[in-house]
Design a protein around this ligand. Structure first.
Ligand SMILES: CCN1C(=O)COc2cc(N(CC(F)(F)F)S(=O)(=O)c3ccc(C)c(C)c3)ccc21
Length: 262
């Protein structure tokens, strides 16, 4: 039967919830899609690409890690405004951000992707895969670009991206949650919201595709963690000393950083 009857959601409160999440998404999205539209043909010149390619591996990783940390800070602001996130314990909030923030960054990054020339917004211009050569993780970059392509193909609205991003974060299947039930209730409510706007947009078929995208996100983030482990072993000082503290807090588990005492 119609699952609306399972939850005491009045349509009004569902609309209000969706509207508040979309507002939070807009306020914390780091760049507006409209702003980037005008930049979409601002590409790096051969010389500028050369500068990026001549950076050392640890220099480029450090550069990207600081960009990633900036982006994650906006995701943390977004998370704090999601209904149900603030009522969670500090530990559960950290646990959800530890596994979900990179995934939301990747979802958001796909909004800054130009599928026509296979470029992504990076450092003020649109960059092709070749700009990231000195990261020495071509498979990760290819996977990131492929993911962005796949997201663009879905042609999601900002509302759909906002609800999808909230669901990527509020995921009761994440490890080390203290109050899984509370996360589950918040997740169900958000699923309801996403279904509600997909129903309204007459795009219910997207739900299945978005679930597939979530599986790809998980594999992308485990590839990122693999690369980070590889990087931390080869460039321990950069990873331990030069990476932003938030990056280490979220992405590098204690196991990887045994060499430098606290
Ligand atoms: C190396 C760790 N890493 C990944 O494994 C996966 O994605 C990332 C993204 C970002 N940035 C996007 C953000 F700023 F939104 F975070 S980026 O420095 O602008 C950038 C944009 C685009 C690409 C292809 C890369 C490779 C980087 C930073 C780090 C990672």
């Amino acid at each position: 039967e119609d699952s609306y009857s399972l939850y005491p959601h009045s349509l009004q409160s569902l609309d209000d919830m969706c509207a508040s999440i979309v507002r939070s998404h807009r306020e914390t999205s780091q760049y507006r899609v409209e702003e980037l539209q005008v930049l979409r043909w601002k590409l790096y010149s051969r010389e500028e690409i050369q500068v990026y390619q001549s950076k050392s591996v640890d220099e480029m990783w450090q550069h990207c890690a600081s960009r990633l940390t900036d982006a994650v800070q906006y995701v943390v602001e977004f998370a704090k405004q999601i209904p149900g996130f603030r009522t969670l314990s500090q530990n559960d909030q950290i646990a959800l951000l530890k596994t979900g923030s990179m995934e939301v960054v990747l979802v958001r990054m796909s909004r800054f992707f130009n599928a026509e020339n296979n470029s992504v917004f990076f450092d003020g211009k649109f960059a092709g895969v070749e700009v990231f050569k000195s990261l020495a993780c071509g498979d990760l970059i290819t996977a990131v670009f492929d993911f962005a392509h796949g997201m663009c193909a879905l042609k999601l609205s900002e509302q759909q991206i906002a609800l999808f991003s909230a669901l990527v974060l509020i995921n009761a299947d994440r490890p080390c949650l203290e109050d899984r039930g509370r996360v589950q209730r918040a997740q169900r409510s958000l699923e309801f919201g996403l279904r509600h706007i997909l129903h309204r947009d007459n795009q219910e078929s997207l739900m299945h595709k978005l679930n597939q995208r979530m599986a790809v996100l998980r594999s992308l983030c485990s590839l990122h963690m693999e690369k980070l482990q590889w990087f931390s072993q080869h460039y321990p000082l950069t990873a331990h000393i030069l990476f932003p503290p938030l990056y280490k807090e979220l992405f590098a588990s204690e196991a990887e950083l045994p060499m430098i005492p606290k």
